[in-house]
Ligand binder design. Structure first.
Ligand code: PGA
Length: 261
């Protein structure tokens, strides 16, 4: 299975624009070959409920996208408890209840801007998985020095998985993303990772994760993916999908990416 995850981040600026973008994507998908592909739209929380309702009002053939779980919804974060006195937070239970199936966890922007760390991410994974949400777990460093990058990623993985006890329950339930921070398009002077390097790091991650007896559902790459470089990434045998930020906000661009995965 190949995953194409759209991370809209804190965009677009209005519900109207979010609806238009979503409708264009939904319409465009109907003309594509989507065999073995899953598309996940991770919009801001505010829009999720409205977008989820579109699927209830659709006629065929759009319903096929939902009945076959080709088009799905994800959140960009969640909290680590099911409910309670946690002002401003949203729980995995609440997300699941409205029909969300995926959640991005450990994104570097949350780590940088909000002080999120991998101990927190670890707790979030546990509660997400218990609620049958699929965590899209991000690992990545800001170092372009491959040795340092590997060391940092190894530490991140260790923190996440040593803090989780019932690891067996997680097997085949998580998607792992290699997300080099220096490759994220919104970051100054960003450069997309070279596909060979992405392949090497993903093999490295796969190897370490084996020590924790975890099997991920899929390993994907994220960082300045666009319609021009998509083939170079998915041509690598370790990469079975992409996390797309900026390019997922332009419907034609995103649809071309989906087509080429
Ligand atoms: P980008 O974002 O595609 O805009 O570089 C990717 C990410 O945030 O992981």
């Amino acid at each position: 299975m190949k995953y194409i995850i759209a991370n809209w981040k804190m965009n677009p600026s209005s519900l109207k624009k979010a609806e238009t973008l979503f409708q264009r994507i939904e319409k465009g998908l109907q003309g594509l070959d989507l065999l073995d592909k899953k598309i996940v739209i991770c919009s801001p929380y505010l829009y999720l409920f409205k977008l989820l309702n579109f699927k209830l009002t659709q006629e065929k053939p759009a319903t096929l996208l939902y009945n076959k779980q080709i088009l799905n919804f994800g959140a960009q974060n969640c909290f680590w408890e099911d409910n309670g006195a946690f002002t401003g937070e949203i729980s995995p239970t609440q997300l699941k209840e409205i029909g969300v199936e995926y959640v991005i966890l450990g994104h570097s922007e949350r780590r940088r801007e909000l002080g999120e760390n991998y101990e927190m991410v670890s707790k979030k994974i546990k509660v997400s998985a218990r609620n049958n949400l699929t965590p899209i777990l991000c690992f990545g460093s800001n170092s372009r020095d491959i040795k340092k990058e590997k060391q940092e990623i190894q530490e991140q993985i260790k923190t996440v998985f040593t803090n989780l006890s019932d690891l067996n329950d997680l097997s085949e339930k998580i998607i792992i993303t290699y997300e080099p921070i220096w490759a994220i398009s919104a970051n100054k002077n960003s450069v997309p990772a070279n596909a060979k390097r992405a392949q090497e790091i993903i093999y490295f991650i796969k190897n370490i994760i084996k020590d924790y007896n975890i099997q991920a559902k899929s390993y994907i790459y994220g960082g300045s993916v666009d319609s021009k470089n998509i083939r170079s990434f998915v041509n690598q045998d370790s990469i079975s999908g992409v996390l797309v930020g900026g390019a997922s906000l332009i419907s034609e661009e995103f649809l071309t990416i989906v087509e080429n995965v």
